[in-house]
Design a protein around this ligand. Structure first.
Ligand code: GLP
Length: 247
């Protein structure tokens, strides 16, 4: 794993967006796997600025969302369709048919999961997967204990994940209880992975990952078995030894 440690979140976003732009220059029809959450927002902002400044044509890029809440319509402000539209498609005026997002309103969620998996395959797979990590080590919405060979599937969100995401909603009761997420094996099929981690609350997940082992209780550790992973991590996402003083 290529580990890049940076001082600030801004530096993390600038480094990540440059890497995405470099990939796009090599392959304009890039299939970019996109993550949601607070961590990558700066990366999308930097990316949008760079594309505008350098007048890059990114109209052939396709994006594949990692996940979507079950039960939220596309135009709900907290749906992940809306997220990617707001952070990428709207500012860059990109064709929305290039945005692939699971349909969380599907009446047949199992069929939707299969359809999504096939859609990714028909795009030729993901070239570069951008990932954040949950404080419990989840990637996408693959919560601890998810089988490593999982494909796109429906998940029951853990209380800890719902609480972590409640900050985006008015009330925790509004946070959906289920989501569709691409599976761990789907993520592992991506040709390259760019993982971002920032903030002290991520330190246990970062520590588990850097331990080098694969542990089903920390889904992010599966990336230790992937041949092309870049982790961009801010200094504050490392566990400080000070906590040991209280032991
Ligand atoms: C969410 C998303 C993940 C994201 C994670 C961390 O639940 N499903 O894709 O990586 O939580 O979010 P944040 O970056 O806001 O800490």
């Amino acid at each position: 794993m290529n580990v890049v440690t940076v001082k600030t979140k801004e530096e993390m976003s600038a480094t990540a967006s440059k890497l995405i732009v470099d990939k796009l220059r090599q392959k304009p029809e890039l299939v970019l796997g996109v993550a949601t959450g607070g961590t990558p927002i700066g990366t999308y902002e930097e990316f949008v600025d760079r594309v505008k400044q350098e007048e890059l044509d990114v109209s052939s890029m396709r994006t594949v969302n990692l996940d979507e809440y079950v039960g939220l319509p596309r135009d709900h402000e907290e749906s992940y369709w809306h997220y990617i539209y707001t952070h990428l498609y709207k500012p860059l005026k990109l064709p929305v048919e290039n945005a692939f997002v699971p349909d969380g309103l599907s009446r047949d969620l199992e069929a939707e999961c299969n359809r999504y998996e096939e859609a990714i395959e028909s795009l030729g797979g993901v070239d570069l997967q951008l990932l954040g990590v949950g404080r419990n080590g989840h990637i996408g919405f693959n919560e601890p204990g998810t089988p490593m060979d999982s494909r796109t599937h429906v998940v029951e969100l853990t209380e800890s994940t719902r609480q972590a995401n409640a900050r985006f909603f008015n009330d925790i009761e509004e946070v959906p209880t289920q989501a569709i997420t691409v599976g761990i094996s789907t993520i592992m099929k991506s040709r390259s992975i760019l993982l971002l981690a920032s903030g002290q609350e991520k330190c246990a997940a970062v520590e588990a990952l850097l331990d080098g082992k694969v542990d089903i209780e920390w889904p992010v550790t599966i990336l230790n078995g992937h041949p092309d992973v870049t982790l961009i991590v801010t200094e504050d996402a490392y566990c400080s030894d000070k906590e040991d003083d209280h032991a």
